[in-house]
Write a protein that binds this ligand. Structure first.
Ligand SMILES: *[C@@H]1O[C@H](CO)[C@@H](O)[C@H](O)[C@H]1NC(C)=O
Ligand SMILES: *[C@@H]1O[C@H](CO)[C@@H](O)[C@H](O)[C@H]1NC(C)=O
Ligand SMILES: *[C@@H]1O[C@H](CO)[C@@H](O)[C@H](O)[C@H]1NC(C)=O
Ligand SMILES: *[C@@H]1O[C@H](CO)[C@@H](O)[C@H](O)[C@H]1NC(C)=O
Ligand SMILES: *[C@@H]1O[C@H](CO)[C@@H](O)[C@H](O)[C@H]1NC(C)=O
Ligand SMILES: *[C@@H]1O[C@H](CO)[C@@H](O)[C@H](O)[C@H]1NC(C)=O
Ligand SMILES: *[C@@H]1O[C@H](CO)[C@@H](O)[C@H](O)[C@H]1NC(C)=O
Ligand SMILES: *[C@@H]1O[C@H](CO)[C@@H](O)[C@H](O)[C@H]1NC(C)=O
Ligand SMILES: *[C@@H]1O[C@H](CO)[C@@H](O)[C@H](O)[C@H]1NC(C)=O
Length: 831
């Protein structure tokens, strides 16, 4: 039965091919639609005739490939190869696009699939079309929807071969788990994957590395805000500009043409050299513009740990100031592999400090830790407080400098430049500290001592104000809202009966928040900033000002306000009022003096205030609040942006879920929905939501699981790094759970306060919540039962998003696998 269906499809298929071929032999088009077939000698050409896609033969071999090359360059320069490791052996191949948006290279004589692009799991496919753009990108998108370069069905730019073209993103799409790296050809005439790969390594702060068979050969190093620390030649130039982006969704390097008539490419040649080439039209040849591999100091870690390489010296290696060779004899014989060590060994004495070293290529950042928001002073403090921290520096030197980068253990692959280069602060013993630096450190210490008492006074004031404020609000609700404040809004009259909330006037809130001054800003929630306000008689409120660009209409806003105002639960932040006036929409919440849970569990000092029993109460409280949203409230509410900073603590450290700006209510029995706009916070987003935009109560359960692990561990899921693996906190927790050593996860500051069975149970439940498949995750009802109960728990399955993972890749099918063939052909028949 199955066989017959396959056969029938093949016949139709052959017929189509013949039919097509009889009409046209070369496509002048830049597109491939689902009913077209590209065969040997046929190509498609980008609109401005910059690039051409088709079959080509590599050298004199009988290997044939599908690739993209420059149309106008006579000596064919291939920039992309689809089937580099699975060549066709003759000219009877054909390229087709299936109705499912899958690109297939098929050997017609043998009937098998040589290579196919995986379908996308994020975009639903409808009338797919493939188009070759003038950037050299072959992109598959839904014809009716136009080109969406951010999230196409598939694009060749996500699967680079050995060439980085302008506009390509080199690096990571963290949401889809795509690692875009490039690998050399085996030889000039063999596109098969060679030994050399250039990639962005994310084991620590992202850095460029060139590997040979997996071993680092050359390190471009981390981006310092202006350039890659190890690539001194990468400077502003007339041909291209460049940028490096690190955020929660992406980490990538990209260069773009300033003058679009220039042809340039960055290619990893078979010998392992990275070359930036420019096309010289009047000579009709590619010329080498530059290459990061310039001298002996570019070999990875040539001078060993704590050694520094300077090409102007002879020999090139020396120990950093305050360091000496580990093995003086070998060092003299120019065997630098053992490197250097501190002249006076470190012993974690509190007198230890840091010396400044300038004009350096920053050391290997594998295993490093970073934070984009800390100041240099905070960075120093953090490094000093951890004895295994050996060095620190500013993460981003552009502007006034920001962020913090810490190294632990040996510092490898340092190079010294004659000029420019970066600054590094390296830990040394007390007697080695340069005197100028010494003075600055002691000043820093004094400043910090002053801050502590002030914050206590402030806390006391806030607590009393809050108590005062509660009684005010009762009074306020009793009195209702003054008439004159309502008349500004012509639209609200008919809805007034529905709004059980006081409406506050814009002018009242402008005064209360000091005209929404920056100083009053408490933070940025979903859909807008939140300000602290003080009403005329001294009462404090939190005002959330919805961004004017928010697409939410007035009607929807009112609906949301009405539904939220009806939510009453001790673990939810209470909505006190709202303001709808002109283009402004604002929500007024009770003010929580203790701020977010994040300011407790992620802060070294504050975290001590939350011992295990308090944390357990927080976990249970959040679970109850969430259960109320999911089940017990009249509407089924999905929060969609549950995270530590959205959990506020009241004066008794009771958790209250806040920020419903992204929440969606579901009517009746609706269980799942889909959104075109994924909102939320990376690190807390369930895979099905980050990927497909599908959300359900289980999306919140996933975020709850992440929260539990973060509360237990005192570390952020995102930003968590571990020396031995690249997993995030979830992956780390899962690994420890499997080994039965989950208690290692517990935050150090919890010390004696932990109740081991309760901690283990919490971690276990947390892992059940972060399971990859929503159907495996428990509901909040069972979560509460499991947390409080004592019975055995089910074993968690693999979590979602515990490490970069691929959801979309160009894979190469095997020759023999007839099942692959059947599968795809059957799919073709399906329509
Ligand atoms: C083939 O594609 C062309 C262009 O997209 C379209 O005009 C034509 O109707 C299609 N033919 C079939 C049989 O689908
Ligand atoms: C491709 O074109 C060349 C020259 O026009 C011709 O000799 C050759 O037979 C063609 N090959 C195929 C497979 O059509
Ligand atoms: C064309 O390429 C071949 C092989 O790569 C090379 O030997 C030849 O010099 C090139 N010709 C020109 C004009 O660049
Ligand atoms: C991708 O392919 C798999 C297996 O063929 C299928 O189950 C899935 O629905 C496809 N996804 C899309 C978006 O077409
Ligand atoms: C390059 O990226 C591919 C696809 O994401 C991945 O499978 C491969 O492991 C990466 N190569 C290296 C050396 O990391
Ligand atoms: C690079 O130049 C292009 C074209 O002038 C411009 O559109 C782009 O914004 C520039 N990018 C950066 C990072 O400066
Ligand atoms: C860092 O600051 C930026 C903007 O200043 C903010 O969006 C981001 O959430 C902050 N990150 C952390 C980890 O606090
Ligand atoms: C110091 O930092 C390392 C690496 O991040 C970490 O494993 C260790 O627990 C830290 N030690 C202290 C005392 O914080
Ligand atoms: C570095 O800082 C500058 C100026 O503050 C900012 O524009 C840029 O985005 C930052 N770069 C990175 C990679 O964070």
């Amino acid at each position: 039965m199955e066989q017959r269906r396959v056969l029938k499809t093949k016949l139709i298929f052959t017929f189509l091919v013949v039919f097509n071929a009889s009409i046209t032999c070369t496509f002048a088009s830049d597109t491939v639609s689902t009913n077209q077939t590209i065969r040997y000698n046929e190509t498609i050409v980008s609109p401005q005739e910059t690039f051409e896609l088709g079959f080509f033969r590599a050298g004199k071999s009988m290997n044939f490939y599908v690739g993209i090359w420059y149309k106008k360059i006579p000596n064919r320069t291939v920039v992309w190869v689809a089937n580099r490791n699975t060549p066709l052996k003759h000219t009877s191949g054909e390229l087709t696009l299936t109705l499912q948006g899958v690109l297939i290279i098929r050997d017609v004589t043998k009937g098998y699939i040589v290579c196919s692009s995986a379908n996308s799991s994020t975009t639903s496919v409808k009338n797919p079309i493939g188009q070759l753009l003038d950037t050299g990108n072959f992109i598959i998108y839904n014809e009716g929807e136009g080109i969406n370069q951010e999230d196409p069905i598939w694009q060749s730019f996500d699967f680079m071969t050995d060439t980085l073209l302008p506009g390509m993103k080199f690096g990571w799409n963290l949401v889809k788990g795509i690692d875009r790296n490039f690998t050399s050809w085996k030889s000039d005439t063999n596109p098969a994957s060679g030994e050399f790969t250039y990639k962005i390594d994310t084991r620590g702060y992202p850095q460029l590395i060139l590997t040979e068979g997996g071993v680092i050969k050359v390190r471009g190093g981390p981006w310092d805000g202006l350039r890659f620390t190890g690539i001194s030649y990468l400077k502003p130039n007339p041909y291209y500009n460049f940028t490096f982006v690190v955020n929660q969704r992406e980490i990538y390097y990209q260069y773009n043409l300033i003058d679009t008539s220039v042809l340039t490419r960055l290619v990893l040649v078979p010998s392992g050299r990275l070359e930036r080439l420019l096309w010289i039209d009047n000579k009709q040849e590619w010329s080498l513009y530059n290459s990061p591999q310039r001298d002996d100091c570019d070999q990875y870690a040539v001078c060993g740990p704590f050694g520094s390489c300077n090409i102007d010296n002879s020999p090139v290696c020396s120990c950093l100031k305050g360091f000496e060779p580990v093995s003086p004899d070998q060092w003299r014989d120019t065997d630098w592999s053992q490197g250097c060590r501190h002249t006076i060994p470190l012993d974690c004495n509190p007198g230890e400090g840091f010396n400044i070293y300038s004009n350096l290529k920053l050391p290997d950042t594998r295993g490093s830790w970073y934070n984009q928001n800390m100041t240099l002073l905070e960075c120093e403090k953090m490094c000093k407080s951890n004895c295994s921290c050996t060095a620190y520096t500013t993460l981003n030197i552009s502007g006034t400098g920001s962020g913090c980068l810490l190294w632990f253990g040996a510092l490898n692959d340092i190079k010294r430049f004659a000029e420019e280069g970066d600054t590094l602060y390296i830990r040394v013993s007390a007697s080695e500290i340069d005197s100028i630096k010494n003075r600055r450190s002691s000043n820093a210490g004094r400043r910090i001592r002053v801050i502590v008492p002030v914050s206590f006074v402030a806390l006391a004031i806030l607590v009393s104000l809050c108590l005062f404020y509660r009684s005010y609000m009762k009074k306020q609700q009793h009195q209702g809202t003054p008439e004159h404040e309502r008349e500004h809004d012509p639209e609200n009259k008919s809805d007034d009966e529905d709004l059980e909330l006081p409406l506050l006037g814009l002018s009242t809130l402008v005064t209360a928040t000091n005209n929404f001054s920056v100083d009053n800003k408490l933070g940025e929630g979903g859909f807008g900033p939140v300000y602290k306000g003080v009403l005329e008689d001294g009462q404090e409120i939190a005002v959330k000002r919805l961004a004017q660009t928010s697409t939410q209409g007035l009607h929807e806003f009112k609906n949301e306000v009405i539904s939220i105002s009806k939510l009453q639960h001790r673990n939810l932040v209470k909505l006190l009022g709202c303001c709808i006036e002109r283009a402004e929409k604002m929500l007024i919440y009770e003010y929580m003096p203790n701020k977010g849970l994040d300011s407790f569990i992620f802060d070294r000092t504050q975290s001590k205030l939350l011992d295990w029993p308090a944390r357990y109460r927080v976990i249970i409280g959040i679970a109850r609040g969430l259960l109320y949203l999911h089940q017990d409230s009249r509407l089924r509410i999905i929060h969609r942006d549950l995270k530590v900073s959205n959990i506020l603590l009241d004066t008794d450290m009771n958790p209250k879920i806040s920020d419903f700006g992204m929440a969606r209510s579901f009517g009746g029995n609706q269980i799942e929905a889909n959104t075109n706009r994924v909102v939320g916070t990376y690190g807390y987003m369930a895979p099905e939501y980050a990927g497909d935009g599908t959300f359900s109560i289980k999306t919140d359960v996933y975020s709850f699981g992440v929260l539990v692990l973060e509360i237990v561990c005192g570390e952020k899921n995102r930003g968590f790094t571990h020396k031995e693996h690249g997993n995030n906190l979830i992956g780390h927790a899962w690994g420890l759970h499997k080994e039965g050593t989950s208690l290692e996860l517990v935050a150090k500051c919890l010390g004696e306060s932990i109740d081991a069975p309760q901690v283990l149970r919490s971690i276990h439940v947390g892992l059940l919540c972060v399971q990859r498949h929503p159907e495996d995750r428990p509901t909040m009802t069972s979560v509460i039962h499991m947390l409080g109960g004592e019975g055995p728990l089910p074993s968690p399955k693999e979590p979602g998003f515990y490490v970069g993972e691929s959801t979309q890749r160009f894979y190469e099918g095997s020759y023999e696998a007839s099942s692959t063939n059947e599968l795809s052909v059957t799919t073709l028949n399906g329509r």
